[in-house]
Design a protein around this ligand. Structure first.
Ligand code: GRF
Length: 231
């Protein structure tokens, strides 16, 4: 296993950056370091969070580019300059093209607010409510050319409660996102996680299509992860 001593990550954001904040907070006692935060949105609140913590920021405004390809190229060049070990998409609301994704293959993670493969794309909470789902949740996955379709690494479920609004459900899911994302980043940083082809591996074992199910007791002080039997 290839242990990365100082895993340098770049976090891409577009908005509030609450997942970025969770990554910043966890990094204090974890095995990765945030080298830079890049936003496509100059007004993203996450930029203030990064600055508050002394993390270098960059804005690459997609509106300044004539095409998606030109924006992707500028982003790729900026990231190549930083040369991180991992790119972490945290509420980054741009679709990245195949040139970008293939250039950094196996080095890009995303968090998505649904139990993939259910509900790729947007409005996941509303769609889950309308479908009458009993449970919903968050997924961390490797990014490939397929939108929200790369191999899933980890998921955490939440119940859908009677009378939930989309906002209430979103808040319940977001709480889990803040726990599982730093955890998965630390797996990558310790060399436990990789992608080969369209398959994610943890500790050299192929992960099932829905990844590892992470479970945390909502009130208990300690947290735990239930790994599938073969892990
Ligand atoms: C999160 O729900 C994330 O899963 C989704 O967008 C939201 C971003 O939240 N991709 P934040 O910017 O991290 O607060």
């Amino acid at each position: 296993m290839n242990q990365l001593t100082h895993c340098h990550i770049v976090v891409l954001i577009s908005g509030s950056g609450s997942n970025l904040q969770a990554l910043i907070d966890a990094s204090i006692s974890s095995n990765y370091k945030i080298s830079a935060v890049i936003s496509n949105n100059p007004d993203a609140y996450g930029l203030q969070r990064a600055e508050r913590d002394g993390i270098p920021i960059q804005v690459i405004n997609h509106r300044a580019f004539a095409s998606r390809e030109e924006f992707d190229l500028a982003l790729k060049q900026a990231i190549d300059q930083i040369d991180p070990d991992l790119i972490v998409l945290a509420g980054f609301m741009r679709i990245l093209g195949s040139d970008f994704v293939n250039h950094f293959a196996g080095k890009i993670l995303n968090i998505h607010p649904s139990l993939l493969p259910k509900y790729p794309g947007i409005n996941t909470h509303q769609r889950a409510l309308e479908a009458g789902e009993k449970e919903h949740g968050a997924s961390v996955h490797f990014v490939t050319e397929a939108l929200d379709g790369g191999p899933v690494i980890a998921q955490e479920k939440v119940p859908v409660l009677q009378g939930d609004t989309a906002d209430e459900l979103a808040a319940r899911v977001l709480e889990k996102e803040h726990i599982i994302y730093p955890k998965v980043v630390s797996w990558f940083a310790s060399g436990r996680l990789h992608m080969q082809g369209q398959q994610a591996f943890l500790d050299q074992e192929p992960l099932p299509p829905t990844g590892v199910e992470v479970k945390h007791e909502p009130i208990a002080k300690h947290s735990d992860i239930s790994l599938p039997d073969h892990l």
